[in-house]
Design a protein around this ligand. Structure first.
Ligand code: SR1
Ligand code: MG
Length: 399
């Protein structure tokens, strides 16, 4: 309903009407600004005169990136609230949900204005050390904690059914697994990269591999995944021992393959690396590429750490987890390949590439398309050595 959409002027009255919120901020002295720059929602930062603050996020009945011509269920806010609650119970690396209004689809969230979006930091060549590794632990915490291993089979099935998120998954199915490969009006690359894209779209191995990953996404409901774990869905603050990492924007959450979250994150670390390489920062690029392997290491180590907590050790020997990790790794490579392609070609692009001048863009975009193809087509036999070795030579190419 359009009249249910919040405005900056209306926010103080809205907060005054919700007891849990007016205890945290004083509606009478509130400063409100709308800062949403994502693809889907309104986001208001609300700060009072006494230092209290919170964030309101409201789902619009359409996709903000496109406008009312692309209607989209506001129920995504309900899915996000449920995912944030489930994930917060399992990991400290999650933005805290304060309140959810299921009538107006408004989430009240902790104010992380003292953090910055990870992609913004990466583009500004800020420190990245430890972030991907922390995200590896986060993915493991939520993957294990929402799996049948931790929940038991019956509870797992009930939770998976309750977390169904078909409308948002349809966006993923179209934008990540269909349009870049089969062609779509919404696709675009700059002219110098058009021949590379045409070559890929004529490459049946690449297209078939993407369809296989779509099959995995649609049928492998392993855990309650974040569903959109790119570097724009992560807040960071500080570095070293002071590093804080918080994931947010979980509206795409669903029961899906765990490798999807890893793959999204890995591809976006590669985008940051490709950007650095294209700008002549080879050492920084190599450091970024290496995080793909180190985040896998922290993920796998945390999975083994959690493993003794499975509910039925007698049913699941250690070899079960070894086998699952192999599948997650292959999935991670394949999904990273899809994300590399779609963020270069499709509707929802990344500022890592888009803010580059033409020469740097061409180098980085071409590199991401080639890397994405290798990740996708060779995912079953890919190793980190094979993946990273060609890009760690100090050569001046983008990757
Ligand atoms: C229409 S939504 C486009 C993209 O933005 C979100 O962050 C997801 O990545 C989605 O694919
Ligand atoms: Mg988002």
């Amino acid at each position: 309903m359009a009249d249910a959409v919040l405005t900056v002027d209306e926010v103080p009255r809205y907060i005054a009407g919700r007891a849990v919120l007016r205890e945290l901020v004083d509606p009478g002295t509130l400063t409100v600004s709308e800062i949403g720059d994502g693809n889907l929602n309104l986001v208001f930062v609300c700060a009072d005169g006494a230092g209290g603050s919170l964030v309101l996020k409201q789902a619009l009945p359409y996709v903000r990136l496109v406008g009312p011509d692309w209607p989209m269920t506001e129920e995504r806010a309900t899915r996000e609230a449920a995912a944030l609650r489930a994930h917060s119970a399992l990991s400290d690396n999650v933005c805290r949900l304060i309140d959810f209004d299921p009538e107006r689809y408004v989430l009240a969230l902790e104010d992380l204005s003292d953090h910055e979006v990870f992609r913004t930091r990466l583009n500004a060549e800020g420190p990245h050390e430890g972030v991907a590794e922390r995200l590896g632990e986060y993915v493991a915490d939520v993957a294990f904690g929402t799996s049948f291993l931790a929940l038991g089979e019956e509870e797992f099935r009930l939770r998976a059914a309750a977390a169904a998120n078909p409308e948002l998954c349809a966006i993923t199915e179209d934008l990540i697994f269909t349009e870049p490969y089969l062609g779509a009006q919404r696709n675009s690359v700059r002219p110098a990269v058009e021949p590379v894209l045409a070559g890929l779209q004529a490459d049946s191995d690449w297209v078939e591999a993407a369809m296989a990953m779509k099959h995995r996404f649609l049928t492998a409901g392993e855990s309650l995944i974040h569903g959109d774990l790119h570097t724009g869905s992560v807040f960071v603050r500080g570095s070293g021992t002071q590093l804080s990492v918080k994931t947010f924007d979980a509206e795409f959450a669903c029961y899906g393959p765990v490798g999807f979250d890893l793959g999204m994150m890995w591809a976006n670390m590669f985008f940051a690396g490709a950007r650095a390489a294209a700008l002549g920062r080879q050492a920084r690029a190599e450091g970024l590429y290496r995080t793909v392997e180190s985040s896998w290491d922290t993920f796998a180590a945390r999975m083994w750490q959690l493993w003794p907590r499975r509910r039925s050790p007698e049913k699941y020997p250690d070899s079960f987890l070894s086998g699952w990790l192999r599948v997650i790794l292959q999935d991670g490579f394949g999904f990273a390949g899809c994300e590399a392609a779609r963020r270069t070609i499709g509707l929802a692009k990344v500022s890592d590439l888009e803010s580059l001048d033409d020469d740097a863009y061409t180098a980085a975009a071409t590199a991401m398309l080639q890397l994405g193809r290798a990740l996708l087509v060779d995912r079953m036999t890919m190793t980190f050595d094979r993946l990273l070795h060609p890009h760690l030579s100090g050569a001046s190419a983008a990757l």
